[in-house]
Design a protein around this ligand. Structure first.
Ligand code: PXP
Length: 236
């Protein structure tokens, strides 16, 4: 089970003062020393946290998997083609949202998504699609040529009791559906030190992508330790 650490919120702290610290590239280096298998950065259209310079710097300094999260827009596709991350994760993006609120509507935007995947593939960049745990989205992701999917665990993370059990079951079923279609499945969003274990125990998940909780712990105990503690929890 690989762990991709999302360093967006290191940039959020920096942007609170529009200064030079803390630097997401330094955080990424420490995360890798702590055992991160990859680094994720989400370059948003409004540049509220990560800046273009962060993505360029991470491309130069991350020796493991650099995953660029982005909306399927013309601007972002051009940036990805120029920077060549190790993979792109396409996500829906709304200006007003606090964080990525739901998965992509791949069925509703099939043509556009297919064209975006094609353009990124032409530049040699593998593409993952961030989708809700539902069969139709998995099937469409396969159909339009995605290399991987990332299953949105937000509803699982936000719910409690029986509802949480139900949402966990949906993620388990989604991983099985992806396996049947020979599609690699990752998972992420809202995962933390207290809710990650049942997701990490699902057979067939390639990796987890976690940001806010690791950065939050890193503020208190340091990035290396925060990543090491998460790696310990998710190991098989
Ligand atoms: N995966 C995707 C596709 C995301 O958009 C995000 C949030 O940026 C994450 C994972 C990480 O979510 P969190 O910060 O809640 O761990």
């Amino acid at each position: 089970m690989i762990l991709g650490v999302n360093v967006d919120h290191v940039a959020t702290v920096r942007q609170a003062r529009r200064t030079f610290e803390p630097d997401p590239a330094v955080a990424a280096a420490l995360a890798i020393l702590g055992g991160a298998d990859g680094i994720t950065i989400h370059l948003r259209e409004d540049r509220r946290h990560a800046q273009d310079r962060d993505v360029r710097l991470l491309r130069e300094t991350v020796p493991t998997e650099l995953n660029l999260e982005m909306a399927a827009t013309k601007e972002m596709v051009a940036i990805a083609i120029k920077i060549k991350p190790d993979m792109v994760t396409l996500v829906p993006e709304k200006r007003q949202e606090l964080t990525t609120e739901g998965g992509l509507d791949v069925a509703g935007q099939k043509k556009h998504m297919k064209e975006t995947v094609k353009k990124l593939h032409a530049a040699g960049i593998p593409v993952s699609l961030f989708i809700n745990p539902q069969a139709v989205d998995i099937a469409v992701s396969r159909e339009i040529g995605a290399d991987m999917i990332e299953i949105h665990t937000g509803l699982y993370s936000d719910s409690k009791g029986r509802r949480k059990e139900k949402e966990l079951h949906r993620v388990i079923e989604a991983v099985k559906t992806a396996a049947k279609l020979d599609l690699t499945a990752n998972a992420g969003h809202g995962l933390n030190y207290y809710n990650v274990k049942p997701i990490a125990a699902i057979e067939g998940i390639r990796g987890l992508y976690i940001g806010h909780s690791i950065v939050s712990r890193a503020v208190l105990v340091g990035m290396e330790r925060a990543v090491r503690e998460m790696k310990e929890l998710i190991k098989g």
